[in-house]
Design a protein around this ligand. Structure first.
Ligand SMILES: [Zn+2]
Ligand SMILES: [Zn+2]
Length: 139
């Protein structure tokens, strides 16, 4: 399946030619701050099957382990690039043209989840990182 997406203004566009490796809802404070939302969902695509078809994000180094990408024209939060996950690019779920077509795998950093947010899905929940992904970006 082909997946496409981009930023709010359209200056940055991408295409992935395979289904995502996984998608994870992150409740950490850094994801909240960078997105302005209660939590942020990252969709992982293999880097070899992913192409920027117009423009590319400007990157900000948010920790020793990761950079985050955004559109330098409209400010949309677009990507996360982790040193320990260099085989993939992570795009924000909200940047996909059809986010309704995928289902996230789990929730991470739930120890930082906002107390008024109640999600009654049956997905696995992890207080910090998921056992499925060796991420150190938000520790
Ligand atoms: Zn833009
Ligand atoms: Zn996070």
């Amino acid at each position: 399946m082909e997946w496409t997406g981009g930023c709010l203004c359209g200056a940055v566009r991408y295409r992935a030619t395979v289904d995502p490796i996984r998608a994870v809802n992150c409740h950490c404070g850094m994801c909240r701050r960078t997105s302005g939302a209660a939590f942020l969902t990252h969709v992982h695509f293999p880097i070899g099957d992913f192409t920027w078809i117009q423009g590319s994000p400007t990157r900000y180094r948010s920790s020793a382990e990761a950079e985050r990408g955004f559109c330098d024209r409209c400010g949309s939060t677009l990507t996360m690039h982790e040193t320990v996950l260099s085989d993939r690019v992570q795009v924000t779920l909200g940047s996909l043209d059809r986010p309704e077509d995928l289902r996230p795998d789990d929730h991470v950093w739930t120890e930082n989840q906002l107390p008024w947010l109640h999600i009654d899905d049956d997905l696995p929940r992890f207080p910090r990182i998921s056992s499925a992904v060796p991420s150190r970006a938000e520790e």
